[in-house]
Write a protein that binds this ligand. Structure first.
Ligand code: ADP
Length: 557
């Protein structure tokens, strides 16, 4: 800016100087011309006066001397006398404008310019008493001539003025610009500068206040937004058109095990390389939303990739990540369950249809018929048990038909279950006993009865002749504990975490031989969950098994 002001001032000064030089030259020329005409006139008057007293006009010019050229021309144009050349050598002057005019009006003037010599000659003619024409002339430099003559002086003066205007231009531009450069823009109205800047400072102040207000509103919005994004459980990542992270929330950082604040600018590929996720992101870049599922640290996430802003052909993308582990595992176990159910149903059905076909085709011997029918009966019973268990599980899954919750005396219920199993226990030579405190829980009687029955059924099933099964009800810390312990075959340690899974059996053939469906313990697990109770399993191979159900006292009446 300083340079522009300086250049402006300096060029203005320079143009003014050149213009002034031209005007001065013209003025000088004009003054010259005026003085010369006056000089010629006064000398003509003087000569005329002399001529009127002389014997003859030609005699007057004998020995005549003048700084101007003097010519005497007869009325017919013949030159009678000339002070600088021989009169006889000069041509007829009748048609010279000044001579002609003098002959007509008594006096005449003219000037002639010689471009080769850059000179102008001035002529003044006047009629003499004898009827001749007296002409005086003088030659002076033309405007150009004068200019060339005074040019060195002008140049000197102009250089001097140029230097002075250079200094002044620098000083002025410095004085204009320095206060602007040192303006305190944080407080525009507090600046003490020249008046011309006041409107600018006022506007600056207004704009500053406006910007401050807008910034405040923006910061509030930003704060609101980050409060929402930072507190949401879902992961949120904003990507630019090149799939580089613009921002991500804390949940997204937790999902990928990175510090969210440090990820700006890094490629999304540094976080997730799953082909399906990459495909979803690319599709969002092309403008259409897509989703994919990926797994991180044992948890499953659904990622929704959506385009956010159109930016030429490429698009920014927002990724929303939802933890769908529960849904995912539920879906997986549902699929697994369906596959298992089909398999479990198919096995007894296949043997039923096999035996039935043999009997129908008359291939069985009459003495085997009874045994075959008994096998069909067994398999059908297994099938019924299986279907019942499956129905029970789905009822529990959907929390349907559970009946009314009420106070249930666990000890009484255990005794009733024990009475039911007593004949089987006695048959196997197993001592079945119940002991403990008379404690009650708040729950569904039918379900609790089924849970105890399943546990006792297993205990009797997996305990050999001469063993013992004990049901007890006790109080421990804040819990009411129902335990079913046996001195049976026990469960190997590696199988213990799995026995509550659906259709899981430690020894398939043994379980099947004893009529197990593989669903008993998962029904127990479900019923415990419905009552918000915990399960503890203690088992040692060859020594026995204990299953403890821990009810929270809170659930008591
Ligand atoms: P099942 O109908 O086969 O008994 P469960 O779900 O009730 O199915 O039990 C799962 C598996 O856990 C059984 O197959 C068995 O191997 C083991 N199990 C359950 N209870 C006992 C127990 N009291 N003693 C030893 N093993 C047991």
């Amino acid at each position: 800016m300083t340079k522009r002001i300086f250049r402006g001032i300096f060029l203005t000064a320079l143009s003014a100087m050149i213009l002034a030089a031209l005007l001065i030259t013209l003025s000088v020329y004009y003054v010259y011309e005026m003085r010369m005409t006056e000089e010629l006139r006064s000398e003509a008057a003087y000569i005329l006066h002399g001529l009127s007293r002389a014997e003859s006009e030609l005699a007057y010019f004998e020995g005549f001397a003048s700084p101007n050229r003097v010519t005497l021309v007869a009325a017919d144009g013949t030159v009678l006398y000339d002070s600088s050349k021989k009169a006889s050598g000069l041509d007829n002057h009748y048609h010279r404008p000044e001579v002609n005019e003098a002959l007509k009006t008594g006096s005449g003037e003219s000037r002639r310019y010689s471009s080769t010599l850059a000179e102008t000659t001035f002529y003044y003619a006047v009629m003499t008493p004898d009827g001749n024409v007296l002409r005086l002339s003088n030659t002076r430099s033309s405007v150009l001539g004068i200019f060339l003559r005074i040019a060195p002086l002008l140049l000197l003066i102009m250089s001097g003025v140029a230097v002075v205007s250079l200094v002044i231009a620098r000083l002025v531009s410095w004085r204009i610009v320095t206060p602007i450069n040192t303006l305190n823009l944080d407080a525009p109205l507090e600046n003490d500068v020249y008046d011309e800047l006041s409107p600018l400072l006022l506007r600056l102040d207004r704009q500053k206040k406006q910007i401050a207000m807008q910034m405040k509103a923006l910061a509030e919005k930003q704060h609101e937004l980050s409060a929402v994004t930072e507190n949401m459980r879902e992961g949120l990542i904003l990507l630019d058109a090149n799939s580089h992270v613009i921002s991500m929330n804390a949940s997204a950082g937790r999902i990928f095990g990175v510090e969210a604040g440090r990820m700006a600018g890094s490629s999304i590929l540094a976080l997730v390389r799953d082909a399906l996720v990459k495909e979803a992101i690319e599709s969002a870049h092309r403008g259409s939303s897509a989703d994919a599922v990926f797994e991180r640290n044992g948890r499953h996430y659904q990622v929704l990739a959506s385009p956010v802003a159109q930016n030429g052909s490429a698009t920014d993308v927002v990724l929303l990540m939802l933890d769908i582990t529960d849904r995912y595992t539920a879906e997986m176990s549902r699929r697994e369950f369906t596959a298992n159910v089909s398999h479990e149903l198919k096995t007894p059905l296949t043997s039923i249809s096999g035996y039935a076909e043999i009997m129908r085709d008359g291939l069985a011997r009459p003495e085997d018929m009874k045994a075959f029918a008994a096998r069909i009966c067994d398999e059908a019973n297994r099938l019924i048990a299986l279907v019942n268990d499956i129905l029970e599980l789905s009822r529990l899954d959907e929390h349907k038909g559970l009946g009314e919750k009420t106070e249930v005396d666990l000890l009484q219920m255990a005794q009733s279950v024990a009475r039911h199993f007593m004949p089987r226990a006695e048959e196997k030579g197993i001592i079945l006993s119940v002991d403990g405190m008379d404690l009650s829980v708040y729950g569904y009687p039918a379900l609790l009865n089924e849970m105890i029955a399943n546990l006792v059924d297993n205990a009797v099933k997996y305990t050999d002749r001469g063993g013992a099964v004990r049901i007890s009800v006790a109080q421990r810390d804040n819990s009411i504990v129902l335990s079913v312990c046996d001195t049976g075959i026990g469960i190997p340690e590696e199988h213990q975490p799995h026995v509550f899974e659906r259709f899981y059996r430690v020894d398939k053939s043994h379980s099947k031989a004893t009529g197990g469906t593989g669903l008993g313990l998962s029904i127990v697990k479900h019923i415990a969950a419905v009552h918000d109770a915990d399960i503890r399993l203690e088992s040692e191979v060859g020594k026995g098994t204990c299953v403890h159900i821990l009810f929270k006292r809170l659930h008591q009446l």
